[in-house]
Design a protein around this ligand. Structure first.
Ligand SMILES: Cc1ncc(COP(=O)(O)O)c(C=O)c1O
Length: 483
């Protein structure tokens, strides 16, 4: 119930409810804010219903966006507001939503059957998709795959297989890595204590070490990157008890930071020296997100295993773990199988997306979009150099770091500023979120229309200008509920 309506800056909000109740009509222009505000009445009422029945832990929501429909790179909310998509459903829709190829494949499959468990039968979409995916294994390595339901259980699979294959128990991970939310994968996740508090004990024998990103100076990386690990090997962590290193080639939720090439090279050599499996965690980065099929292909490394999730099912529920034949053959059924893993619908969707991604048409669109992204970053840095500290990433998996300048001239991450910018972008029709506190996450569908892509950056430019001009009120900060 609204007990008080406070009028400020020509818009109204409830001081009791969590969410804005815009009382202006959809897309009505308000002079002093210079922003087309929108009606979110229907969305807000559904958010209220959600709160009553869905556990709060299921949302890291930044705004009351209830999706009504979507096509490719445009998302439409229940009140008819449209947004250009810079989130791609957390990188699980690399071809955007309702992609024509994916939709046709799913419809075709539905004419035959929806799914039937591969635990007791066999299905052609799973076999055909597996054939395609193993054929992409870096280095032409002969590999096999298993399908699960999501990225998290793909991480669990990697641990099980690494332990079984090597006969060792210890797993090395990296600080600020995100691996998921099953018990196994959250045991490896180190991005926030909110994924840890009150739920322990976690899986034992997981050892997180510092991650060295491409923003580290080469000489520092050369000297420091394996120091802690080497010390651990010398003191309490016998190297030949370590089964695997599991690493994101680009830390996603940790801030969209590519691993430093020197760090990766040294880590790979260390693994080879001690018989430790090198597993590339590609849940967020595979399927051309970084410009190549796998993030690890930016490094001269042939991994022992690859973990997949998100876009592997082109938006339908699917996860996978893929590794050299002898690793995948080391466990008998039912050591890691799921009733719905590799289901026919998700594999059909995955095949359609995969096949389109191999076309020249897609590869050309992707290449141009990677260029537009870099040009746009340069434009934003030129215009907003005071508040942009970094533009990290690879391909279409990038982040923009937002900072503020202290009185003494030093810079520090600007968490509130980051939120204000993304909130203003939302108001202007761009869906963008933040990771690692002050990094704007730039992960649009890879095939986003070029003009739309430029338009999205124009919105971001305006949102940053509004922020720098002090035109985004502090009121919006009460809605911060993200990372
Ligand atoms: C790198 C990475 N690994 C694993 C996961 C977990 O995937 P899922 O949520 O599908 O289980 C995510 C999800 O954000 C991720 O970004």
């Amino acid at each position: 119930m609204i007990s008080a309506i406070v009028k400020k800056h020509e818009w109204c909000y409830s001081i009791e409810q969590d969410l804005f109740l815009y009382v202006v009509s959809n897309k009505k222009h308000t002079k002093d804010r210079g922003v087309a505000t929108m009606n979110t009445e229907k969305c807000t009422s559904w958010v209220e219903r959600d709160k009553k029945v869905i556990a709060p832990t299921q949302h890291l929501s930044y705004f009351p966006l209830v999706v009504e429909s979507g096509k490719d790179s445009i998302i439409r909310d229940l009140d008819g507001n449209e947004y250009i998509d810079f989130l791609s459903s957390a990188s699980s829709l690399n071809l955007g939503t309702c992609n024509d190829h994916v939709k046709a494949a799913v419809q075709e499959q539905l004419k035959k059957y929806s799914q039937y468990t591969i635990a007791y039968t066999y299905n052609i979409p799973a076999i055909e998709y597996a054939e395609r995916l193993v054929s992409t294994y870096p280095g032409g390595v002969k590999a096999k795959i298993l399908f699960g339901n999501c990225g998290s259980d793909g991480n669990d699979a990697a641990v099980k297989f690494a332990r079984a294959f090597t006969g060792r128990t210890k797993i090395i991970t990296f600080i600020n890595g995100y691996h998921g939310n099953t018990y196994g994968s959250s045991s490896m996740t180190t991005v926030t204590t909110r994924m840890r508090k009150k739920m322990g004990p976690f899986l034992p024998e997981i050892y997180p070490f510092p991650f060295f990103g491409s923003d580290t100076p080469d000489d520092v990386c050369e000297k420091e990157c394996l120091k802690e690990m080497q010390r651990a090997f010398d003191t309490y962590l016998p190297a030949d008890d370590v089964a695997a290193v599991i690493i994101e080639p680009v830390q996603g939720d940790g801030g969209l930071i590519p691993a430093h090439p020197i760090f990766m090279k040294k880590l790979y050599e260390l693994c080879q020296k001690h018989g430790i499996l090198f597993i590339s965690e590609e849940v967020q980065q595979a399927f051309y997100r970084t410009g190549k099929m796998y993030g690890i292909e930016h490094y001269d490394i042939v991994p022992d295993g690859i973990i997949l999730g998100k876009s592997v099912g082109a938006g339908l529920t699917l996860g996978a773990f893929m590794a050299r034949d002898e690793i995948m053959d080391c466990l008998p059924a039912p050591a890691h199988l799921f009733t719905l893993g590799g289901n026919a619908l998700a594999c059909s969707a995955g095949i359609a997306a995969f096949d389109y991604m191999q076309t020249e048409e897609f590869q050309n669109i992707l290449k141009t979009n990677c260029e537009i992204l870099q040009e746009s970053f340069a434009m934003l840095k030129e215009k907003h150099g005071d508040i942009i500290s970094t533009t990290n990433g690879l391909g279409m998996s990038c982040g923009i770091g937002i900072v503020k300048t202290n009185a003494d001239g030093t810079k520090e991450p600007d968490l509130d500023g980051t939120f204000k910018i993304l909130y203003r972008a939302y108001e202007k029709g761009l869906l963008v979120i933040s990771v690692a506190g002050n990094i704007l996450r730039i992960q649009p569908p890879l095939n986003i229309d070029h003009d739309l892509f430029r338009k999205a950056f124009a919105i971001l430019d305006e949102a940053m200008a509004d922020y720098e001009a002090g035109n985004i009120p502090d009121d919006v900060l009460q809605f911060q509920n993200g990372w």
